[in-house]
Design a protein around this ligand. Structure first.
Ligand SMILES: *[C@@H]1O[C@H](CO)[C@@H](O)[C@H](O)[C@H]1NC(C)=O
Ligand SMILES: *[C@@H]1O[C@H](CO)[C@@H](O)[C@H](O)[C@H]1NC(C)=O
Ligand SMILES: *[C@@H]1O[C@H](CO)[C@@H](O)[C@H](O)[C@H]1NC(C)=O
Ligand SMILES: *[C@@H]1O[C@H](CO)[C@@H](O)[C@H](O)[C@H]1NC(C)=O
Ligand SMILES: [Zn+2]
Length: 437
């Protein structure tokens, strides 16, 4: 009898011990700024070894722009580990992505060391998650408001997705604090792959947003958008929304939908070497909280599979004769010249997202270059093929960085495109010369 009571007591105690764990589960409701901040701080304090929480700046009204980093080494970059990011809620009234990202963080943290796939992803990737780029706009928007523009802009009335320096035309907008913070952040890290969340349509949209020309990585961009859409049944079905047309297989080129100037996606791709697509994940911009669990379920596989793509292609370092990494060396892929040349980071690293196939690489310094043809195999591992370009002769300095392609977020109005086009032309000539000699 006593034993029975003790067993019951033990079970009850066990339950009491477990209950707080369940209570910790993130609820499917909207989190206002204070609640979101508390959730992020709690994630950080519950998982200190695999998270790093920092504010990359402040909004006009002084709210912190929080980013939670998840990774085996969350505090700083590790050579060979690619940097990935998700940004949501840059339009403050488009609220679903913000909650999807909070649930994604929970999924990653609770899966670490309990789900082998999640563990491997966290071990091999540094994942930056910014649930809200426009916290002031969110506070100014209204629950159940599906279509209005209340809360879309920042407090100064600027649409942040029109506020970035633009490679194709002059953007006369004054750069807003939220935009500048993101530009500084992007300059601070060598991001490889990214996506930003919106609402009001159902589609994965890829660059360019402000030009009908075909980007050099069009195959990769289409592949990525399709991968996201394919894993989201509603998006893939091409459903239309009350305020938006439907899209074939849930994907579109940005400019083919409608052109925008100063978008974040083009900025990432052109000026910061980071491939970014735009995800429109709900017809209603700020829907009933009762739909949030469904939205998470619809996007859960896509958000995880998309992150894994940061491991496609090839990565490595450019090294001098002594094995010392070379910063700012240009790594071009023949036939795929970017507007701004791809340059190695301060560790001499490059990360190029490429589909399996054979590619010729031109690695360039001021007075040296190397041409190398490499086959990238189909890979099922969560790591890109690794190849280091090592120079065998004494090398000098890398090509000088020029104008807006220096990626430092300075005011690039006016001559941006001209500078880029001149660089593009010079590089083409250099490549031709190297190949002839
Ligand atoms: C892990 O990934 C593999 C390969 O994608 C998949 O077959 C398996 O079901 C995944 N396991 C879990 C627990 O999700
Ligand atoms: C950039 O500079 C130009 C003139 O130098 C100025 O008119 C414009 O407002 C600036 N733009 C930003 C975004 O700072
Ligand atoms: C810059 O990166 C370092 C290392 O990841 C980080 O500690 C710091 O907070 C970052 N600053 C910004 C503004 O992103
Ligand atoms: C940005 O680059 C420009 C052009 O190279 C340079 O003049 C400026 O000092 C740089 N700004 C920062 C903050 O590094
Ligand atoms: Zn939007």
């Amino acid at each position: 009898m006593l034993r029975g009571h003790m067993a019951t007591a033990a079970v009850t105690l066990l339950w009491l011990g477990v209950l707080p764990l369940f209570a910790q589960n993130l609820d499917f409701s909207y989190h206002n700024f204070g609640q979101m901040e508390a959730v992020l701080k709690k994630f950080n304090s519950n998982y200190p070894s695999i998270t790093f929480l920092h504010s990359i700046g402040k909004s006009v009204e002084g709210r912190d722009l929080w980013v939670l980093v998840v990774g085996r080494y969350p505090n700083k970059h590790t050579v060979g580990i690619p940097e990935f990011k998700y940004v949501a809620n840059m339009h403050g009234n488009e609220a679903v992505g913000r909650e999807i990202l909070l649930h994604l963080i929970e999924y990653l943290l609770t899966g670490y060391q309990s789900d082998a796939n999640v563990t491997q992803l966290i071990t091999n990737t540094r994942i930056h998650i910014m649930p809200s780029m426009n916290p002031d706009g969110f506070e100014a928007s209204s629950y159940l408001d599906c279509d209005s523009t209340n809360g879309r802009t920042n407090k100064n009335g600027y649409d942040l997705n029109r506020n970035f320096p633009d490679a194709f035309e002059q953007n006369t907008d004054t750069i807003q604090p939220e935009t500048q913070a993101v530009i500084n952040w992007i300059t601070n890290e060598s991001f490889v792959l990214s996506a930003n969340f919106h609402g009001g349509a159902m589609v994965a949209s890829y660059p360019y947003d402000n030009s009908y020309t075909t980007p050099p990585d069009n195959d990769v961009l289409q592949y990525l958008a399709q991968l996201y859409a394919k894993n989201n049944d509603k998006m893939y079905s091409g459903m239309s929304c009350p305020s938006s047309i439907g899209f074939n297989n849930g994907v579109t080129n940005g400019a083919n939908w409608y052109k925008i100037r100063g978008g974040m996606q083009d900025y990432n791709y052109i000026f910061s070497q980071c491939v970014e697509i735009t995800l429109e994940v709900s017809c209603c911009k700020y829907p009933d909280a009762a739909t949030l669990q469904g939205h998470w379920n619809d996007n859960k596989v896509s958000v995880v599979e998309y992150m894994k793509q940061v491991h496609m292609g090839i990565k490595g370092q450019v090294l001098d004769t002594n094995g010392k990494p070379i910063q700012n060396a240009v790594v071009d892929v023949q036939g795929r010249l970017r507007i701004c040349p791809y340059r190695t980071n301060k560790n001499g690293e490059y990360f190029l997202l490429l589909l399996p196939g054979t590619y010729t690489f031109n690695v360039m310094m001021l007075d040296k270059s190397m041409v190398k043809t490499i086959t990238i195999p189909q890979s099922s591992t969560l790591s890109a093929m690794t190849y280091n370009f090592q120079f065998t002769e004494t090398t000098s300095s890398p090509l000088p960085a020029t104008g807006s392609c220096t990626l430092n977020g300075s005011n690039s109005s006016g001559s941006t495109l001209q500078v880029c086009l001149i660089m593009f032309f010079l590089r083409t000539v250099l490549v031709l010369l190297y190949n002839i000699l």
